[in-house]
Design a protein. Sequence first.
Length: 307
Amino acid sequence: MAWDPAQLPDAHGRTVVITGGNSGVGYFTGEQLARAGARVVLACRDPERAEAAVSAIRRRVPGARVEATPLDVTDRRSIDAQATMLLERGRVDALVLNAGMVHPPRERRTDAYGNELVLATNVLGHFRLVARALPVLQATEGARVVTLGSLATRLSRLRLDDLQLERGYTAWRAYAGSKIAAQAFGFELERRLRAAGSGVTSIVVHPGYSTSGRTPGVRGVNQPTRAKRFVDNLQAAWTQGKDHGAWAPVRAVLDPGITGEDYLGPVGRTKGLPTHAHPTRSSRSPRTGARLWPLLEAAADQPFPIV
């Protein structure tokens, strides 16, 4: 299944919402989809950075249809307000769950609701958003939910008996565990959508090992120092820019041949063109997904039946 990021399918008429789309993989996902003709909505916490990203896309993609909308995935009021706005749009062709915390705090912290902060940022906010915005996705033919996973899922395990890491917190365990939970959510969402006969598809992807120092400079969005570029380029054999990391979620949004059975990532595992990859057994396990779902419902304070 060849895919050419330079020759994307026409996306005119589609609306794609990207959480955390003001920087990194999320930004380049938006830029590439805008270049393909999609209407791109960057759902971001920081309004200044969001507007900088909007300006950058408009500058780099003449005629781009792009806008910013407020979303803080750790604030339930913000999530619920954004879900209401999505419902009012009447059409959302893809919701890309990209926002996340890549550099967790050294010490365990919680959000305003008592949830471990990395889990709240990388999983719980998106869980609540999808649950509340699902009706607009169901009303849009061929709609997709695209979840950003990570290679970090291969280097740890999900502790369902201690999802909030109240015992033995480390920054790495928090990040890797949250990404396993994110992938498990995406796969379980797909199983439940299929069981309900829904037309919505849930697709999980990962961006490989994508670093800012290997990424093209974009004013106001990605401006790594010379030192950062030097260090990151020392790893060029197994890293790529975040613009290339965006290839997997872009393909998940646009390729009609991709289904919820697929898992996309770089062909070289850490870098390269987006192709079929192999998720960890734990993240794809139906048993894990079934056990995780009610835990997410409780932590997000959000029932999520799919009928």
